[in-house]
Design a protein around this ligand. Sequence first.
Ligand code: FMN
Length: 337
Amino acid sequence: MTLRNLPKPFFVLAPMDDVTDTVFRQIISDCAPADVYFTEFVNVDGLQSAGREKLMPKLRFTDKERPLIAQVWGKNPENFYKTALLITELGFDGMDLNFGCPEKNVVRSGVCSAFILPENRDLAIEIIKACQRGLVDGAKIKNDQKSGGDNKNIFTPLPLSVKTRVGFNSVDLTWHELLLNQKLNMLTIHGRTRKQMSKVPADWEIIGQVRQLRDKISPATLIVGNGDVLSRSQGEALAKQHNLDGVMVGRGIFHDPFVFAHNESGVSPWDSMSKEAKIALYRKHVELFAKTWKNNERKLITLNKFCKIYINGFDGAKELREKLMVCTSADELLALL
Ligand SMILES: Cc1cc2nc3c(=O)[nH]c(=O)nc-3n(C[C@H](O)[C@H](O)[C@H](O)COP(=O)(O)O)c2cc1C
């Protein structure tokens, strides 16, 4: 990746399941591009099973969405190893491990945010090591293919990153210390514990403390802060205050698809966008959705989340939304729009 030549701070579009698919990433890239993109999280145990084909659409992308990091989750280190090979082969720019998802059933099976718990940390480290091996082997395979065996080392192993929280039940920096000792290329911290889910404001002071740990343990690891950022200027101020390398924005994109726009005034182009322009943007999204997702690969209902983004902030928006949200085909949506 090009994680090496990113601006400081760089802005990342957060992974959001059923939201940040290739379609939405392309739309954002056209509005005001992020510096880095993530896929939705994809399960490695599913990817390495007979169910692979069902999950592969989550790994679809175009060159507009680069640099793009594939985010994965799961339990079996061998499947993480094989997925590291796959991610390299598919041409992603990096691999990220989801060690932060707070969902009950995920935690019950001892993965994602449950890796923060001391009893699960050995497995988390085994998984990181399996991925690091897989990324090295993946680069070797690519070099062999490219050079016909005389190994010119054109491809270097993809960067590995982790996205996690500040603790499980309470803040626990021993977890970040352990992660930083694995020489990750990047570490993204969502400033809440698992217990807090999304109920309290993100604590950027703790994210700053992880950055201080990074300075001591692993200066080369990029630190990205995440939680509650709604504008570029807010993200820039937080990055400056805590001396972070990057800022990740998730739900902020629901309020402003131009959240990554550079603007001296601090005012986003979205604020002054006409009703017609907003409707045209949703049309573009629906058209790209219909072109990309065939045979019910993605349910039409997933578009309703986006309807609330674009069809908003003008007279008659609510009434139009109510009609759009009960449409049963892309053609019907486009006709109404
Ligand atoms: C609808 C939705 C889906 C999400 N899916 C993922 C995911 O697949 N992987 C992940 O690491 N985090 C996921 N998250 C968490 C976000 O990436 C982010 O950490 C969280 O929303 C806090 O950032 P924000 O306040 O900027 O939204 C999801 C969040 C939302 C709202």
